[in-house]
Each structure stands twice: as structure tokens, then as C-alpha cells.
Design a protein around this ligand. Structure first.
Ligand SMILES: *[C@@H]1O[C@H](CO)[C@@H](O)[C@H](O)[C@H]1NC(C)=O
Ligand SMILES: *[C@@H]1O[C@H](CO)[C@@H](O)[C@H](O)[C@H]1NC(C)=O
Ligand SMILES: *[C@@H]1O[C@H](CO)[C@@H](O)[C@H](O)[C@H]1NC(C)=O
Length: 215
């Protein structure tokens, strides 16, 4: 029903970070989607993406969100952002003004953005959501690792190249699939002489005149 909440968001900040994106469903709780690990250079900006899916629309009076930070596996969780009728940015000294809410609860997105990442920001970020009448609470856990070494320009160039090649590759595959589909359709047309029904779908191959397909 709310399929869009499941699609990976293209709006990640690729500011010199390599990210390992994966799903964290857990059987008995609400399904929350986060990247498991984020590696980011200090001084840059990182979006801690967190989306969830729920059978109910978000009602501001009942919806609850908590973002907490844990410096180590054993450390206590420090809450830094909360939703209680509205977004409350708790601005603990650790983060000050560097945390920004960049989600949209009505779209099941409760992401936050952390600006000017510091080495001390390394640790685990937990995103907890509860959307009554859904009974279960959902949790997403992101491990943020802060890097210092990688020269930023080189890293972003690599990211752009990788992004471009992946994009180009996908475009080629999609194009190839369309061509194959249309070729098949044309063969079927020849075989079945059933041109009228199928020619609509073949206009996308750019030849324009499906009637000419017999050359
Ligand atoms: C990142 O950390 C290194 C090592 O602490 C420091 O030399 C460098 O200036 C920092 N870069 C930024 C942009 O904060
Ligand atoms: C976690 O805390 C327990 C006690 O609460 C302690 O015994 C243990 O060594 C700690 N583990 C780590 C990795 O710090
Ligand atoms: C958030 O924290 C408050 C306590 O500060 C708690 O009452 C609430 O249930 C929590 N919400 C979620 C979704 O964990």
C-alpha cells in the first residue's frame, strides 16, 4: 500500500562517504529501514536516513519518534531529537546546532542530518518510531564511522564515477530490455498479424512508425 516508503532514497549525501545500505527488518516490531553502516569524512555532512512503514497514516498527536546516540556498545543512550506533537531538537552539548531534522513524518521519513561531522560523533545512532494504532515500536540502528585520511576530492570523484557508471549501466540495461521487448513484439506481430493490439507498446523504440516494421 505505501510502497514508496520502501524505496531507497536517492537523496543520500555522498560527501566523501562510502555507504553500505541494507534493510533491518525485525520480526516482531515495525519495519524500519536504515543504512547499517555509514563511513563519512570529518567536517562533512551526513544524512542519517531512517524510514519506516506503517499501515496507518501518521497522526501527530500519537506519533512518537526518538533519536538517540550511543558512544559505545555499552554506553547509555543519549536522546538528541524527539517528536512529541512536533519536532523537538534537544541540542545536547555533544551536537549543539549540528543536528537538523530532514525527514517528513507524514511520508514515513524521520531522517536527520548531521552537519560538520566530528571524530567524536562516531558511534551508534538509534531511531525509534511508534505510530499508534500500530502497536509495535520500530527501531533502526546506524553505525557511523568517521574517517580522516581519505582526500576529499579524490573520494568524491570516485563516488561520481561509480555513480555515473552504475547509472549508465542501468540505462543501457533498461534500453536493451525495451529493445528486446519491442523486437519480440514485432516478431509476434509478424507471426500473429495481430498488429493493432500491440503496436502501441512499441512506439518507445524510437522508430515512430510501427507500420514500417516489416522492412
Ligand atoms: C579532520 O580531522 C583531522 C584529524 O583530526 C584534522 O586534521 C582535520 O583538520 C579535520 N578536518 C576537518 C574538515 O575538520
Ligand atoms: C559493559 O558493561 C559491563 C558492566 O555493565 C562490563 O562488565 C563490560 O566490561 C562492559 N563491556 C564493554 C565492552 O565495555
Ligand atoms: C521516546 O521516549 C519517551 C521517553 O522520553 C517514551 O515515553 C516514548 O515511548 C519513546 N518513544 C519511542 C518511539 O521509543
Amino acid at each position: 500500500m505505501h510502497r514508496d516508503a520502501w524505496l531507497p532514497r536517492p537523496s543520500f549525501c555522498f560527501t566523501g562517504l562510502s555507504l553500505f545500505f541494507s534493510l533491518v527488518p525485525s520480526a516482531s516490531s515495525m519495519e524500519v529501514t536504515v543504512p547499517l553502516n555509514l563511513n563519512v569524512l570529518n567536517g562533512t555532512t551526513v544524512r542519517l536516513a531512517c524510514t519506516f512503514n506503517s499501515c496507518y497514516t501518521v497522526n501527530n498527536k500519537q506519533f512518537s519518534l526518538n533519536w538517540t546516540y550511543q558512544e559505545c556498545g555499552n554506553c547509555t543512550e543519549e536522546m538528541f531529537l524527539q517528536f512529541r506533537m512536533k519536532i523537538i531538537n534537544l541540542k545536547p552539548n555533544r551536537f549543539g546546532d549540528r543536528v537538523e531534522f530532514t525527514g517528513n513524518p507524514s511520508k514515513y521519513d524521520v531522517s536527520v542530518t548531521l552537519n560538520n561531522v566530528q571524530l567524536e560523533d562516531e558511534g551508534t545512532y538509534n531511531c525509534y518510531v511508534m505510530n499508534p494504532p500500530d502497536r509495535n515500536r520500530g527501531q533502526g540502528k546506524i553505525y557511523l564511522q568517521v574517517l580522516t585520511q581519505v582526500p576529499p576530492e579524490r573520494d568524491s570523484t570516485v563516488a561520481v564515477i561509480v555513480g555515473a557508471s552504475v547509472g549508465g549501466f542501468l540505462a543501457v540495461i533498461i534500453l536493451a530490455l525495451m529493445v528486446v521487448k519491442c523486437v519480440r513484439r514485432k516478431q509476434e506481430q509478424k507471426l500473429n498479424a495481430d498488429d493493432l493490439k500491440t503496436e502501441e507498446e512499441c512506439k518507445t523504440d524510437g522508430e515512430g512508425n510501427p507500420e514500417d516494421g516489416t522492412k
